[in-house]
Design a protein around this ligand. Structure first.
Ligand SMILES: *Cc1c(COP(=O)(O)O)cnc(C)c1O
Length: 393
């Protein structure tokens, strides 16, 4: 059955993905099931998306209720879940205003456009954005232009003008990149796709200070790190600072597509009616799902739990590093964790899959673990045993 599905899919779907030979048909909590009835504990979580796990009853009910009520009317009108979600987000972050869209790339597009508009309105010539080497900000032309990875940019020139790059974690190099046209610094507090790279101690605080001194806006792409993933609702909270603009997507709707660009009032003001828009941005359906997701995160204290379980997971990975020579590094925060190997990770991913665990490999040698935030210690123990076994062979 799976063979037939895969063959038919490969005939008609654009070949942009190298997929695992697995047809997933349903899920519950941290487990997914394939078309043959095989089950897997899911440490990919839809790439840091399914924070509450699969088929969560509260989200399913909220979606069904909203689908029976109102799915979409466009942003020509007010809708209730949209402003309630914006209230929830602004009350719990530095931000005063939210622009809703449908993906991470769109949220970053909105942030890039807002930066340009902000300075243009002040009749200030600044428009350049300094992003980081190894960053990932999306696949649209502007976000690709902000992405510091050659393998992702290759073949798409000419890219959008106005992006410079500095090595993540190097304050002096960043300082040197700042010029009279620099408008903003854009970074992920922890680089996700680039290999789960955490910032050196004090770095983000100093970047904030530098931006303040130079009148430059600071944008945090929290698409992967936000919504509790690192053990705080937003990763910036770990560092006692806040950006001027923040982008969210991935876990915001627990799998229902939604993105958001948040900004302080003074910056957000640069967007006036007609300046930016999205037909589907913030539909009642998507915002109802996201609202139920964030309420569940809060009511069930899942972010603190993530910090706790994440520390447990990381300690086990660190122990594994001492036992298995192939492991060269363990890093990350909360449930955004990685284990770097001295060899290619793909065979390890395949071996784990055969044993009933889904994990993900990035940058050739980095195993990334981004399970639902509701993952249990028992499920973590089981994965560690599996990894121990696979790496021992
Ligand atoms: C996933 C991701 C994006 C892109 O999100 P899409 O929804 O795929 O467009 C951007 N930035 C970061 C940090 C991400 O992890």
């Amino acid at each position: 059955m799976s063979q037939d599905i895969m063959q038919r899919a490969d005939r008609v779907i654009a070949h942009t993905y190298a997929r695992h030979p697995l047809v997933l048909v349903r899920g519950k909590g941290c487990t997914v099931e394939d078309a043959e009835g095989g089950t897997y504990t899911d440490f990919v979580g839809g790439i840091a998306v399914c924070c509450l796990g699969h088929a969560h009853p509260r989200i399913a009910r909220a979606l069904a209720r909203q689908a029976e009520t109102l799915v979409h009317v466009s942003n020509l009108f007010y809708t209730v879940p949209q402003f309630e979600l914006a209230e929830w987000l602004t009350q719990r972050s530095f931000a005063d205003r939210v622009f809703f869209c449908n993906s991470g790339a769109e949220a970053n597009e909105a942030a890039i456009k807002l930066v340009r508009k902000y300075f243009r309105q002040k009749q200030d010539k600044r428009f350049r954005i300094i992003a980081m080497e190894r960053s990932f900000h999306g696949r649209t032309m502007a976000t690709l232009s902000a992405t510091g990875q050659e393998k992702i940019r290759k073949g798409y020139d000419p890219l959008l003008e106005g992006f410079d790059f500095a090595p993540f974690g190097d304050l002096d190099a960043l300082k040197q990149k700042i010029g009279p046209e620099t408008a903003a610094v854009l970074l992920e507090p922890i680089q996700g796709e680039g290999g789960v790279r955490t910032p050196p101690t004090g770095y983000l605080e100093k970047v904030r200070q530098l931006c303040d001194e130079k009148g430059i806006l600071l944008i945090f792409d929290e698409i992967q790190t936000g919504m509790g993933r690192t053990g705080k609702l937003f990763a910036y909270e770990h560092f006692g600072i806040a950006p001027d603009i923040m982008t969210l997507a991935k876990a915001l709707g627990n799998g229902v597509p939604i993105g958001a660009m948040l900004a302080r009032q003074q910056v957000a003001e640069a967007f006036s009616p007609g300046a930016h828009a999205s037909t589907f941005g913030g539909t009642p359906l998507a915002t109802a799902a996201a609202l139920e997701t964030v309420r569940t995160l809060e009511e069930e204290n899942i972010v603190a739990r993530c910090a706790d379980v994440g520390a447990y997971f990381k300690s086990l990975l660190t122990t594994l590093k001492e036992r298995r020579k192939l492991v060269t590094d363990v890093r990350g925060m909360g449930l955004l964790l990685a284990m770097e190997l001295s060899v290619e990770g793909a065979p390890v991913v395949d071996a784990c899959m055969k044993k009933g665990f889904l994990i993900n490999c990035i940058q050739e040698r980095v195993l990334r673990f981004v399970p639902p935030l509701i993952i249990s210690r028992e499920e973590i123990d089981a994965l560690i045993n599996c990894l121990d076994d696979v790496l021992g062979r």
